[in-house]
Design a protein around this ligand. Structure first.
Ligand code: SAH
Ligand code: SF4
Length: 402
């Protein structure tokens, strides 16, 4: 505890020794309490001098304010003494990512551009359907992998998201969807019923933060979705898959996209490191996999590349014995992307073959196309928009000069 306390104190808005206080760039932001595990939250409370016997209770109160009641400010926490509230506010943050742009599609899909720090932005997307509402969130800013059909892969990798920033995406979405209970009112119906980590980044390259955030999303006293409504999608970071099953226990989705190593090496280059046979073995051994907890294989439909009937038959052979469902994803093109989406008939006949072999094979309906809101495509639109805005500004400046 003592060492945590001093670590923590070092972090608290300390100035760099000998530097003037007025230079904001030297101020380290207060550490966030959002996204901490229950144990880490108790330690943080302990670092403020709260007696050991009360830490658990205080941490539970905070947890409830953060995740069940949606508090934005320590001051709202009326069950906590004023003194402790001001100590908390002086030493810690509970800030959410800032919304810098909102787009709402005519099909109800919503996309938020969220600022985490100056010039550091990610997107989160909410997709309402008749029987569920899915929130798609990001784990990294950019991605180090270069899947050839994915726009995120063409953007530079910036950094991992903290657990606070991952959970923060869910909190912001709940704010915007007005999902928090209000005093003396019955709790509003859930609008976010599922969370999928299918936004920007490879979650298994940011394991600890993703684990802490997803555990919290599932936790009955946290965001309370349950583990079966939380899905992590990976391009196939084989050595981390067992840990994902053991330590998170969420549903697993695999970005498969090809049924032989040659093609998958090209589409999903991490395949060169962890080829199909290893990936499928890791799926067979995924902790907790069963008919009730199937693995989802994502398969992006690329015209003339991976969409033949022979590919569909090979897919069925490849996943034999794995309790699975196949999500067929119409390719979502981006400017200068080297692929086209398969024709609808082709997608349907591919799906029929997989379906006849006994696997559910829903075709993911394109959602929010008018706002570029597909998972795996996040952030691209805002960048495009800004690039074109910059061009327009430059043109306007030229015109003004003349
Ligand atoms: N990095 C993780 C999770 C983020 S990508 C992963 O690769 O699984 C989420 C999903 O969107 C993946 O299945 C990805 O392959 C898919 N995707 C990426 N770009 C796409 C595009 N342009 N059209 C359709 N799906 C795409
Ligand atoms: Fe990264 Fe996933 Fe895109 Fe591949 S598909 S580049 S792993 S975000």
């Amino acid at each position: 505890m003592a060492s945590r306390e001093s670590d923590h104190k070092l972090n608290i808005r300390d100035r760099v020794e000998g530097q003037p206080t007025s230079d904001a760039s030297l101020i380290v932001p207060a550490p966030s309490l959002i996204g901490l595990s229950p144990e880490a939250l108790q330690d943080a409370v302990g670092s403020l001098g709260v007696a050991e016997k009360s830490r658990r209770m205080r941490a539970r109160q905070l947890w409830n304010w953060f995740y069940a009641r949606g508090a934005h400010d320590f001051d709202e926490m009326t069950s906590i003494s004023k003194d402790l509230r001001s100590e908390l506010a002086a030493n810690f943050s509970m800030a959410r990512p800032k919304i810098v742009d909102t787009q709402i599609s005519n099909d109800g899909t919503r996309k938020w551009l969220l600022q985490l720090a100056p010039h550091v932005e990610v997107e989160a997307v909410y997709i309402p359907e008749s029987d569920r509402g899915t929130l798609c969130i990001s784990s990294q800013v950019g991605c180090t992998l270069n899947c050839s059909f994915c726009h995120t892969g063409t953007q530079p990798w910036v950094r991992n998201l903290s657990a606070a920033e991952i959970v923060g995406q869910i909190l912001v979405a709940r704010d915007e969807l007005e999902e928090w209970p209000t005093p003396n009112q019955p709790a509003p119906a859930r609008r976010i019923t599922n969370v999928v980590m299918m936004g920007m980044g490879e979650p298994l390259f940011n394991f600890d933060n993703v684990r802490d955030a997803l555990l919290l999303a599932a936790d009955g006293e946290g965001i309370a979705l349950g583990k079966r409504r939380v899905t992590l999608s990976t391009s196939g970071v084989v050595p981390m898959m067992k840990r994902a099953g053991d330590e998170i226990g969420c549903m697993l989705a695999i970005s498969l996209h090809a049924v032989n190593d040659d093609l998958r090496d090209e589409l999903v280059p991490i395949n060169r490191k962890y080829p199909l046979a290893e990936l499928l073995d890791a799926c067979r051994n995924y902790p907790g996999v069963s008919n009730a907890r199937r693995i989802t294989f994502e398969y992006v439909m690329l015209k003339g590349v991976n969409d033949s009937k022979a590919d569909a038959k090979a897919l069925v052979q490849l996943i034999k014995g794995i309790p699975a469902k196949i999500n067929l994803i119409p390719f979502n093109p981006w400017p200068d992307s080297p692929y086209e989406c398969s024709d609808w008939d082709q997608i349907e006949s591919f799906g029929d073959i997989v379906n006849r072999a006994g696997y559910a094979s829903p075709i993911r309906t394109p959602r929010g196309r008018d706002i570029d809101a597909a998972c795996g495509q996040l952030k691209s639109a805002s960048r495009k928009k800004r690039a074109s805005e910059l061009r327009r500004d430059a043109e306007q400046r030229e015109k003004n000069k003349n």
